[in-house]
Design a binder for this molecule. Structure first.
Ligand SMILES: C[S@@+](CC[C@H](N)C(=O)[O-])C[C@H]1O[C@@H](n2cnc3c(N)ncnc32)[C@H](O)[C@@H]1O
Length: 304
């Protein structure tokens, strides 16, 4: 049964659907956490992931305070599959994480991710979680969890920064939630000149992706049979739009046939733009390295 995670989410999502642009965070919460979990286990999703190896190596290379007693706070762990590979890589590099905090907009997805990471708890890592909407403002979640006096490493991996509405403001919210000396490990998907639309969109032409992107509209009471779904590649961004085939009722209002709702976006970044965004958000850049293949950029930065 399609549903929102809370009445607050429901009200905000309904208002957004009416104006035609629903933030992607709603595609990870409530029943959408389960459609995301199914999509994140599909070949299309897995084909787009950077190897956890480069992110783990970037983290170790920061050699910041506390690197031998790693405390890692990960924002947006998704279903935990990729986090598991990342934490496994840290262990195989000789730097097992001792404390791990998962932070996400979605309490449901946090529960799915933490269940998947339980095997690390048996190996001596504590696993905690905290709900935080990084687009809405700063949070005290990391501060309350922080090991006494130690710096922490905050990771924002995969496509997460490309999903938010305002990347620089979001990075500033994260900066405002951390201390001097804390380290940010950010990986983003890179825009590559001349990429053909068919190539970029191929992983998004699956039933699992359509289900994941449309789930918030179904939670709002719209019917899948009334929706067309269109994916596009423009301005270095993949977007997904639902288009109403016929008029539909939404919480007492009537949406006309042809009403469009942008319900997915994944932005690719140009190297210099994303480095500038991190700097503008108050971070001091330590390093920026392209993963082999050139699809991903891993930036490490510290709060100065
Ligand atoms: C594309 S998934 C990435 C998952 C994982 N890092 C990976 O690479 O597979 C985006 C993640 O960010 C979370 N997320 C999206 N918007 C968010 C927001 N505004 N605040 C907090 N988490 C958010 C989602 O719930 C999800 O866990």
């Amino acid at each position: 049964m399609s549903h929102f995670e809370s009445d607050r989410h429901r009200r905000a999502a309904l208002a957004a659907i009416r104006v035609g642009r629903i933030p992607l965070k709603y595609a990870y919460a409530g029943s959408a956490a389960y459609t995301h979990d199914a999509y994140a286990r599909s070949g299309g999703y897995l084909s787009m992931l950077a190897s956890a190896r480069y992110e783990a190596e970037a983290l170790i290379a920061t050699r910041g305070p506390g690197v031998d007693r790693l405390a890692v706070a990960e924002i947006g762990p998704g279903n935990g599959g990729r986090s598991s590979a990342f934490l496994g890589r840290l262990t195989s590099l000789g730097h097992p994480c001792r404390r791990y905090l998962a932070l996400d907009f979605s309490a449901t997805l946090l529960a799915i991710a933490c269940a998947r990471l339980a095997r690390f708890a048996g190996a001596g890592m504590s696993v905690d979680s905290h709900v935080w909407d990084i687009e809405a403002g700063a949070s005290g979640g990391v501060e309350r969890w922080r090991p006494e006096r130690d710096a922490v490493i905050v990771c924002l991996l995969g496509h997460t920064l490309g999903n938010v509405e305002r990347p620089t403001a979001t990075l500033a919210n994260i900066r405002a939630s951390l201390r001097r000396g804390d380290v940010l490990v950010l990986s983003v998907v890179v825009a590559r000149p001349g990429e053909a639309a068919d190539e970029v969109l191929a992983p998004y032409r699956s039933r699992q992706f359509r289900d994941a992107a449309l789930e918030p509209l179904l939670a709002a009471g719209l019917s899948d049979a009334d929706l067309d779904f269109v994916v596009r590649w423009h301005d270095a961004t993949v977007t997904g739009e639902a288009v109403l085939r016929r008029p539909a009722a939404l919480d007492g209002a009537c949406l006309p046939a042809g009403h469009r709702v942008r319900c997915f976006q994944s932005r690719r970044f140009h190297h210099l733009d994303v480095i500038a965004a991190v700097r503008d958000a108050g971070w001091h850049i330590r390093d920026a390295a392209s993963a082999p293949g050139g699809n991903h950029l891993v930036i490490t930065a510290s709060g100065e």
